[in-house]
Design a binder for this molecule. Structure first.
Ligand code: ADP
Ligand code: MG
Length: 629
């Protein structure tokens, strides 16, 4: 919702977000595979498919990397040549050789500027596009997943998946393209050059790999343990901090600030100690690997000197092998260090693919589009059971609603009222039976089109950080200013908007934090109104409000329901007196149906509910009065 003021400039070709949804298509899920193997499989498959579609860029990236990196390999060769030439007698041929070597060196160095830029451009584009494609694929999937799916996994989990996992996958791709593959190339080419020059020295180089693995293995277990302890402590400090902030009023009210500070400082002290532990192990590891590398390098130097003394290699070659040793050793060390980070990335790919592979989507593709909706709704022997539930929460429900009718649904908490509303919205589909919208089975129509004709006012108004106007017109394109004012009037918004500094353009803060519950609810009602829906659903729209707010919202609602098919679930039963029909629910079944007068005269379930309802409101009001007194 936050609008950035300056948009980055880009060329059209850089602006294309690849479609990655297919990367997660799982044609043959194999449940019998071991969990761990399956997880790694997901990551490998993801990168394999990605590579298949980017083969051109990938090869170009490798090729330009080799070009840009040429100086690293050519410099030592030329240095060796020049040292050898410098030791010779000064002849024209030798001088000519030196000139040729210098020209080659200059050319190899200078070409690095364009090739480096091209390499970065190709690789960065590939990586950025991967990141963008992944983010957009996840967002698309989240938008298409059913409400039931979203209800089951908490929003927090999605946010952490979206933010943390995508970053991990980004890091994995970057490490792969910019660290692992380049270093493998460096190691291979350097080993290749030494094999070409001398087999014996190459054999000596091969010691580097086991030596590096050995030293890292020696420290890895210890480092992992220390890092883990540090991370745990760090998380606990963060948790304590947020807990502390939550408790702040209580702490201050009881004068316990000093105790809290002391308590927190103790945790910070633990964290510091753990941190120092990590630093200590790191410094041991750092110096041990540095010393070992230099001992090996020294040994290489002496080994080469012995070979030179025996006339097996030239003096210049000693320098060549020293350089090659340095680059192979650095490459091997980098590879060994970066490999463990890959497991986090693969873990993240598999975690994202959990969302991506969910089949719980609302698919409107290929379904009938209703271009006009009258607003007739008919339930025919509808049963509903939640996928994880044991029993039906709606049973044998029948109801025929003609367009423009106002239906109130009442019943004790848990009797299935919201479930019926969610069936009408299409968030849930009948387990058995049929639900018809203008005689079209709801399972056969495009829900996203159908929903353009319905509006929902839920119990808790959902607003975003923006102006009141933006919240009302959410998702709509051109809106007539007169229409907005009309809607604001009908929703009884003006009563408070007129006192705001910027009127409808007042910024309402995160989740409408600067407004009262009743004010927020009236904005939600204006949002429902401006859509001019054919079907309107009010699920306990006033339940979270106090009496005065409820009065204002109720006034807004009466303007809203005229001329539309309306379903109202109301908390306070006196507010539904004017409904055309009242449906009384009990444990998922419709037990009574009729007008207010009919049901009151019948003295059945509704009558009973109404009396209880009146009593509890009366008590609540008396209680309130006592408190005030
Ligand atoms: P009401 O709106 O009348 O209070 P609901 O329609 O929300 O009742 O719930 C009807 C029943 O369905 C309740 O017993 C409730 O526990 C159950 N229920 C609601 N949501 C879920 C869910 N996501 N999974 C399983 N059971 C649910
Ligand atoms: Mg409910």
């Amino acid at each position: 919702m936050v609008k950035s003021t300056a948009k980055p400039k880009y060329k059209r070709s850089d602006n294309v977000i690849p479609d990655f949804e297919y990367l997660f298509d799982d044609e043959k899920p194999k449940p019998e595979q071991v969990e761990r193997k399956r997880k790694a499989g997901v990551g490998f498959r993801f990168y394999k498919r990605l590579l298949k579609d980017n083969t051109g860029s990938f090869i170009l990236s490798l090729f330009t990397f080799i070009l840009k990196n040429l100086p690293v390999w050519v410099m030592p060769i030329i240095t060796a040549n020049i040292i050898d030439l410098a030791g010779m007698a000064k002849t024209d041929a030798v001088i000519h050789e030196i000139v040729v070597n210098s020209i080659v060196l200059a050319a190899v160095l200078l070409q690095n500027i364009p090739t480096h830029v091209i390499y970065s451009r190709i690789t960065d584009k590939m990586l950025r596009r991967t990141g963008a494609g992944l983010r957009s694929a996840v967002v698309k999937k989240l938008q298409h997943l059913s409400i039931t799916y979203h209800k089951e996994i908490e929003t927090g989990k999605i946010q952490s998946k979206f933010l943390k996992d995508i970053e991990s996958v980004d890091a994995l791709s970057t490490n792969l393209m910019k660290i692992l593959i380049p270093n493998i190339i460096v190691a291979i080419v350097s080993i290749g050059i030494s094999v070409y020059n001398s087999g014996i020295v190459t054999l000596f180089f091969l010691v580097i790999i086991p030596a590096n693995i050995l030293i890292t293995q020696l420290f890895r277990k210890k480092m992992r343990k220390k890092n883990h302890l540090y991370r745990v402590e760090n998380e606990s400090v963060s948790a304590k901090l947020s807990n502390m902030l939550e408790m702040l009023t209580v702490t201050k009210a009881h004068g316990l600030e000093d105790e809290e500070i002391a308590h927190f400082e103790q945790n910070v002290r633990y964290l510091m100690a753990r941190g120092l532990d990590v630093d200590k192990t790191n410094s041991y590891f750092g110096s041990a690997s540095w010393v070992i590398a230099n001992i090996l390098s020294g040994a290489c130097l002496i080994f080469c000197a012995v070979l030179a003394l025996n006339g097996m290699i030239s003096t210049g070659d000693i320098v060549l092998y020293q350089s090659l040793f340095g680059s192979i050793n650095a490459a091997v060390q980098t590879i060994i260090n970066v490999l463990p980070t890959f497991s986090t990335g693969f873990e993240a790919v598999s975690s994202i693919s959990e969302i991506m592979m969910s089949k719980d989507v609302e698919d409107s593709r290929g379904k009938r589009k209703l271009d006009h909706i009258e607003g007739n709704v008919r339930f025919e022997n509808v049963y509903y059971k939640y996928p994880n539930g044991a029993q039906y929460v709606v049973e044998n429900f029948n109801l025929n609603v003609k367009k423009g009718e106002c239906i109130a649904v009442v019943g004790a908490s848990g009797s299935g009222k919201s479930t019926i509303m969610n069936l009408i919205i299409g968030f849930l589909q009948p387990t058995e039976g049929h639900l018809y919208i203008d005689e079209n089975d709801i399972t056969e129509i495009s829900l996203s089109d159908y929903r353009h004709s319905i509006s929902v006012v839920p119990q808790n108004s959902i607003l975003f950080a923006g102006t009141i106007r933006e919240n009302i017109t959410y998702g709509m394109e051109k809106i007539d200013e007169k229409k907005i004012e009309e809607v604001a009037e009908m929703a009884n918004l003006n009563e408070f908007v007129k006192d705001l500094p910027n009127g409808l353009d007042t910024f309402i803060g995160e989740h409408g934090g600067k407004l009262s519950g009743g004010q927020k609810q009236r904005i939600t009602i204006a949002r429902a109104l401006i859509r001019d829906p054919k079907i309107l659903i009010l699920d306990e729209a006033t339940s979270a409000l106090d009496n005065i707010s409820e009065y204002h919202v109720q006034k807004a609602i009466s303007g809203l329901i005229k001329g539309r098919t309306t379903f109202i679930v109301a908390h306070r039963l006196s507010t539904i007196r004017d409904a055309d029909r009242i449906v009384v629910m009990d444990a998922g079944k419709c037990v009574e149906m009729g007008t207010y007068e009919q049901l009151m005269a019948k003295k059945g379930k509704f009558y009973e509910l109404k009396n209880l309802n009146d009593m509890s409101y009366k008590q609540a009001e008396e209680g309130l009065n006592e408190e005030v007194v």
